[in-house]
Design a protein around this ligand. Structure first.
Ligand SMILES: [Zn+2]
Length: 341
């Protein structure tokens, strides 16, 4: 399977907001970001709260940030915004139109347990497989036809397991993601509660469903400094996301610790299993822009890696070649769709 990944990256294309792009042309990729995150209540009925300065201002804000990223040497990002997370594909298309920057978008479900009512009664019927589950049909539509009539196809499947662990709803979502991955070859990216080591539970369920764990990125692993936990995720074949640089919350490692963890794992020979990102958002109605009011650091933006993290990694002894692996080769290998299996 690993070899298949290597071979396919050369000539395979990945779906992006601006259409299919050759994997070899993605350049430096941030592995887990968000362009917009909106609450569906505001999205549907209170646009003045979703876009306090107007929708056009949000388009300009995103457009400017994408240009800043390109100027800072970042060429692509994987937008891990799934259903329940406030996707707005039309907004992305508008903001990305005139910028040479690749955004891979996701299908999947963002929840730590609860599911909206339709999912209670629209599971697979008697004798039907998981591909008949309402959520599987949603994921397949996003991957095969595109999201919300845009024709823009999902290039990743995003699922979550948080503090609550693998509840029955989360178990169902993970197994549907596995089935859809195997039907389409589109890779899986996850949100985890790293302190609870739930990445191991995700791997166990994906493995039970026959998933090649090389096709899975266990996200938010950089929230943990437990090297044994992180090594075991990678030894099982997955990529890990050191993907919350700049995110500072009580109980979370600070920037120095996040850099030290990546440097230690690279010294251990794991540079080909780590991807880098911030899990930052360009426009959201989940918290105010003002850091004083949001409680999040002002520098928690997608510019922190090029401006601050890469020099710190270099200072910690990480070579330019290993940085390029984490930003270019690893995301390319993971994103390259495999043949259905
Ligand atoms: Zn995220």
């Amino acid at each position: 399977m690993e070899e298949d990944h290597e071979v396919s990256t050369k000539d395979v294309a990945v779906e992006t907001v601006r259409g299919p792009r050759p994997i070899s042309e993605l350049g430096r990729v941030l592995s887990h970001e968000h362009v917009v995150m909106l609450s569906d209540w505001n999205q549907l009925e209170y646009p003045e709260f979703a876009f306090p300065e107007g929708r056009d201002a949000a388009v300009r804000k995103i457009n400017t940030r994408l240009k800043e990223l390109k100027a800072a040497g970042i060429d692509s990002m994987i937008d891990c915004t799934a259903c329940g997370h406030g996707r707005d594909i039309a907004l992305l298309a508008e903001a990305n139109r005139d910028v040479d920057f690749n955004i891979v978008v996701s299908t999947g479900i963002y929840t730590y347990d609860e599911l909206p009512f339709p999912f209670k009664r629209f599971g697979p019927g008697p004798g039907e497989g998981r591909e008949q589950d309402l959520m599987a049909r949603m994921f397949l539509k996003d991957i095969r036809e595109g999201i919300a009539g845009s024709g823009i196809k999902a290039g990743a499947i995003k699922v979550c397991t948080d503090r609550q662990g693998v509840t029955p709803n989360i178990d169902r979502i993970l197994r549907v993601a596995a089935v859809v991955h195997r039907m389409t070859g589109v890779p899986i990216t996850t949100h985890t509660n790293a302190a609870g080591k739930v990445g191991l539970d995700q791997q166990r369920i994906f493995a039970e469903e026959g998933v090649d764990l090389a096709c899975v990125t266990i996200g938010h692993s950089g929230d943990s400094s437990d090297l044994d936990y992180l090594r075991s995720l990678m030894e099982a074949g997955s990529m890990i996301g050191a993907d919350r640089f700049g995110f500072v919350m009580p109980g979370q490692p600070g920037l120095d610790q996040r850099v030290a963890t990546v440097a230690a794992l690279v010294r251990d020979g794991f540079a080909d299993r780590i991807v880098l990102s911030h899990d930052a958002t360009i426009h959201t109605d989940w918290w105010p822009d003002d850091p004083e009011r949001s409680g999040f650091p002002a520098d928690w933006t997608q510019l922190l890696i090029p401006q601050e993290v890469l020099p710190r990694l270099a200072k910690a002894g990480v070579s330019e070649a290993d940085i390029e692996k984490m930003l270019v080769a690893n995301p390319a290998r993971w994103l390259a769709p495999v043949s259905p299996y």
